[in-house]
Design a binder for this molecule. Structure first.
Ligand code: FES
Ligand code: FES
Length: 155
C-alpha cells in the first residue's frame, strides 16, 4: 500500500491503495464515484471512460501509481447539474436503454465534441465504434451527438 494524490472533479484526494490498483477501482471503491462502470477491465468496451484533460481515458487501464498527481473528470463532474449539451441531448433523444454503457458513451462523446465541434456521421461513428453498447443505441447516440453539437454552437 502507498499514498497517492489525484484530483477528481476539482477535488484533491489522498488515496491509500496498492500501486497497481486501476484508477477505475479507486474512483468507484475509494471515492464512491460509481457512475463510471466496469465492463471488460481490459480496455476494449469503453464503459470506464473518463476525461484526462480534454482526452477520453479508459480508467481500467491506468494504475493509480501512474495517475498520481493528475486531474480527472468523471461523469459526476461533467457538468454541475447534468446539463452538459451531451447529457441534455441524450435525454431529448431518449438514447439510453439499459443504461450501463451510457456514462462512458457520454464521456466519449463529450471529448469528441471538444476536439470536433461539428463532427460528421463518419467522425461520430469512428469515435464511438470503439465503445460497446450491447443494447445497440448507436443510431440514437449519433443523433444525440449531432443535437449536442448544434446546441453547443448556439450557446
Ligand atoms: S472496463 Fe475499461 S474499457 Fe472496458
Ligand atoms: S444502453 Fe444498454 S449497453 Fe448501452
Amino acid at each position: 500500500m502507498a499514498v497517492f494524490r489525484i484530483k477528481v472533479n476539482g477535488t484533491q484526494h489522498r488515496i491509500n491503495v496498492a500501486p497497481d490498483t486501476p484508477l477505475l477501482w479507486v474512483l468507484r471503491d475509494s471515492l464512491g464515484l460509481t457512475g463510471t462502470k466496469y465492463g471488460c477491465g481490459v480496455g476494449v468496451c469503453g464503459a470506464c471512460t473518463i476525461h484526462d484533460g480534454k482526452e477520453a481515458l479508459r480508467s481500467c487501464q491506468l494504475a493509480i501509481a501512474d495517475a498520481s498527481g493528475k486531474s480527472f473528470v468523471t461523469i459526476e463532474g461533467l457538468s454541475e447539474t447534468g446539463n452538459h449539451p451531451c447529457q441534455r441531448a441524450w435525454l431529448e433523444e431518449d438514447v439510453s436503454q439499459c443504461g450501463y454503457c451510457q456514462a462512458g458513451m457520454i464521456m466519449t462523446a463529450a471529448a469528441l465534441l471538444q476536439k470536433k465541434p461539428n463532427p460528421s456521421d463518419a467522425e461520430i461513428d469512428d469515435a464511438m465504434s470503439d465503445s460497446v453498447c450491447r443494447c445497440g443505441t448507436y443510431l440514437r447516440m449519433r443523433r444525440a451527438i449531432h443535437r449536442a453539437a448544434s446546441e453547443a454552437r448556439e450557446l
